[in-house]
Design a protein around this ligand. Structure first.
Ligand code: KIV
Length: 312
């Protein structure tokens, strides 16, 4: 079983000021950006405390938290609940929320309205999947003052419908198309771009061509930052296991053992012990017995006696 180190985290960023979008942009060429997904209060609190730069409230939450088989069914209501919980657990990290499928495709007003709902629920920015085809909506959202993160390459909301989950940018044409899309997104004003499952060479080309940071997932080491789904790296979700995932600990096994031991303790009476229980004071117990006896006599005069010593 993988062991988790708990005591030697020397993260100097803990407790420093809240990160804003410009802090993230200025990390390009000086420091790699760490991004991780979170969808709830407790995991956001841990990620924030240890110094992750960006917490992404990904629509992957629809799969790893709600059990959907893709990111398509997750809706605004669910994403807003995730985002709110994350914002309550976060002090320093920048919070970016994924706009779910259907929340920005219809028209510009709809997209802007939904982006505003995320900011009101505590997010610092939103992420939209897509390139040139949604540039008007990206511009409109930025136009009302909301920072946007782009997302190109594999776009799980729609790629699956056309070609399935496949490596992106593996031909000269597809690679140059991705580069063009990245440049257009930068021009539109996005502050960073996620590159999902893009070949290492194309991701490097894009990263070197932009002034804004690229955040890779399965796109090699030349990106300016990396993102992983929390449940993947903790081995809490094994329905899909892309090759780009690195498992840092086996939390499934740890939880499994803990719950197994709990069941045994309950069945054998080992839990709860006295230290987990609460006692009534001796005097109060004696009074209680007297009260009960009186009640019993009234209801059924022949009922058995209760001991006045609470330890009998
Ligand atoms: O929803 C998500 O987790 C994402 C990442 C894969 C980038 O969009």
């Amino acid at each position: 079983m993988t062991q988790t180190k708990t005591n030697n985290h020397k993260n100097q960023k803990t407790g420093t000021k809240k990160l804003v979008v410009n802090d993230i942009v200025s990390m390009k060429n000086s420091e790699k950006i760490s991004v991780i997904t979170s969808y709830d209060y407790w995991s956001a609190k841990i990620c924030d405390k240890i110094g992750v730069d960006i917490i992404l409230v990904g629509d992957s939450g629809g799969m790893v938290m709600l059990g959907y088989t893709s990111t398509v069914p997750v809706n605004m209501k669910e994403m807003l609940i995730f985002s709110k919980a994350v914002s309550l657990g976060t002090k320093r990290s920048l919070i970016v929320s994924d706009m779910p499928f259907g929340s920005y495709q219809i028209d510009i007003n709809h997209a802007v309205k939904n982006a505003i709902r995320f900011i009101k629920s505590g997010s610092d920015a939103v992420k939209l999947e897509g390139g040139i085809e949604i540039i008007d909506r990206i511009k409109a959202i930025i136009g009302v003052g909301i920072p946007v993160m782009g997302h190109i390459g594999l776009k799980p909301q729609t790629t699956k419908l056309w070609e399935g989950y496949k490596v992106q940018g593996n031909t000269a044409n597809r690679g140059s198309q991705l580069l063009r899309e990245a440049i257009e997104l930068e021009k539109a004003g996005v502050f960073a771009i996620v590159l999902e499952m893009v070949t290492t060479e194309v991701a490097e080309l894009i990263s070197k061509s932009l002034k804004i940071p690229t955040i890779g997932i399965g796109s090699g080491s030349y990106c300016d930052g990396q993102v992983l789904v929390l449940h993947d790296m903790l081995n809490l979700y094994d329905n899909i296991r892309p090759r780009f995932v690195k498992t840092y600990t086996n939390l499934s096994e740890i939880i499994l053992n803990a719950v197994h031991n709990y069941i045994i303790d309950v069945k054998t009476g080992k839990f709860p012990e006295e230290k987990h229980s609460y006692k009534i004071e001796e005097k109060e117990y004696e009074r209680l017995v007297k009260i009960i006896k009186k009640i019993q006599k009234k209801i059924s005069p022949s009922s058995p006696n209760i001991s006045e010593n609470k330890n009998d």
